[in-house]
Design a protein around this ligand. Structure first.
Ligand code: PRT
Length: 290
């Protein structure tokens, strides 16, 4: 049987579940080459001293805080709920969800204050208790490890608190959202006392991860523009330092290249068209090292 090498940096990820596919995709896009199969307990990267361990997500914070592994990928919700002694290094921009409070659709509850003295079923009792304590509302919690959404119909609780991504589970169970406790996404966590040698590896790893995250949040844009709109254009697409500008064969026209932020993509395109930019081409960026 293959053994783990103590000089390699070790990353624990979910073996099988909601975060698995996107985590593997993120690691591959970060340039790590490794084999995966459902039966595997760990993989060794071929092009970097990185070992990936496949475990239950609930075990990852313990493995990271105790130093069994150096790094882990979990939902931010796990950190809010368990407060493990680990460092958070990066938000990974996948695994988005919210911890919400929901009540039966036909009930009269209008706000969380209507839940005073009621019982809330949840897999996240610490988060729920803290939220209600802060709001000064007294509630009881009952901890359930699965199918929380059926508890109001069973008469076990008057409300629930659970993670929601599309909202279809709530709808299917005749529940409606009353309030959001927090939003969550996948995060990279690290042991708090990584040694110098591993810290060097971690620094390299972070450059790769950040390269992918930056690339995901920007697009590369090229366009033709009449010379006179250049001052306005520079304001709309300032780029990282400034846009690249070259003369076109056609007199009075320029070719302009820049990067734009994904979250204001359509707004930017509309503004560019409005001032007279034409032939706009947008390309995805594979990696971006800032
Ligand atoms: O088996 P293992 O111990 O490894 O994991 P698990 O089964 O406990 O976790 P898993 O795979 O369900 O979730 C892993 C992580 O994915 C969570 O810790 C969150 O960070 C993240 N995540 C993102 C979600 C959801 N979205 C999500 N929708 N985790 C759970 N859900 C569940 C929710 O509990 C509810 O039952 O999905 C249902 C609601 O989904 P919608 O789409 O109908 O709203």
């Amino acid at each position: 049987m293959k053994k783990l090498n103590s000089n390699n940096i070790k990353l624990a990820i979910q073996k099988e579940g909601r975060l698995t596919e996107e985590t593997l995709d993120f690691l591959k896009r970060s340039g790590f080459i490794f084999e995966t199969s459902k039966r595997q307990l760990f993989s060794l990267c071929r092009n970097f001293p990185l070992e990936i361990l496949y475990v239950r997500i609930g075990d990852i914070p313990k493995y990271v805080s105790s130093g069994i592994v150096d790094l882990g990928i979990v939902g931010q919700n796990v950190l809010y709920e368990e407060r493990p002694q680990v460092g958070k290094l990066l938000n990974l921009r996948f695994g988005f969800c919210s911890l919400v409070i929901a009540v039966p659709k036909e009930s009269n509850y209008k706000s969380i204050s209507d839940l005073e003295n009621k019982t809330i079923a949840t897999t996240y009792p610490n988060s729920v208790k803290k939220y209600f304590q802060k709001s000064g509302i007294g509630i009881e919690t009952i901890t359930i490890n699965g199918s929380v959404e059926i508890t109001p119909a069973l008469g076990i609780a008057q409300a629930i608190s659970d993670l929601v991504s599309t909202g279809s589970t709530l709808a299917l169970n005749d529940l409606r959202e009353l309030e959001t406790i927090y939003k969550s996404e996948a995060v990279l966590i690290a042991n708090k006392s990584i040694n110098i040698q591993k810290q060097n590896l971690l620094d390299k790893l972070m450059v790769r991860f950040k390269g992918v995250l930056s690339a995901d949040s920007y697009k590369y844009i090229m366009m033709n523009a009449p010379k006179e709109i250049l001052p306005k254009l520079k304001k709309i697409i300032p780029g990282l330092k400034s846009p690249t500008i070259a003369p076109l064969g056609k007199e009075g026209w320029l070719s302009v290249q820049s990067v734009i932020k994904e979250d204001i993509f359509w707004e930017t395109i509309e503004r560019l068209k409005k001032i007279g930019a034409t032939g706009i081409i947008v390309l995805p960026i594979e990696k971006m090292i800032l």
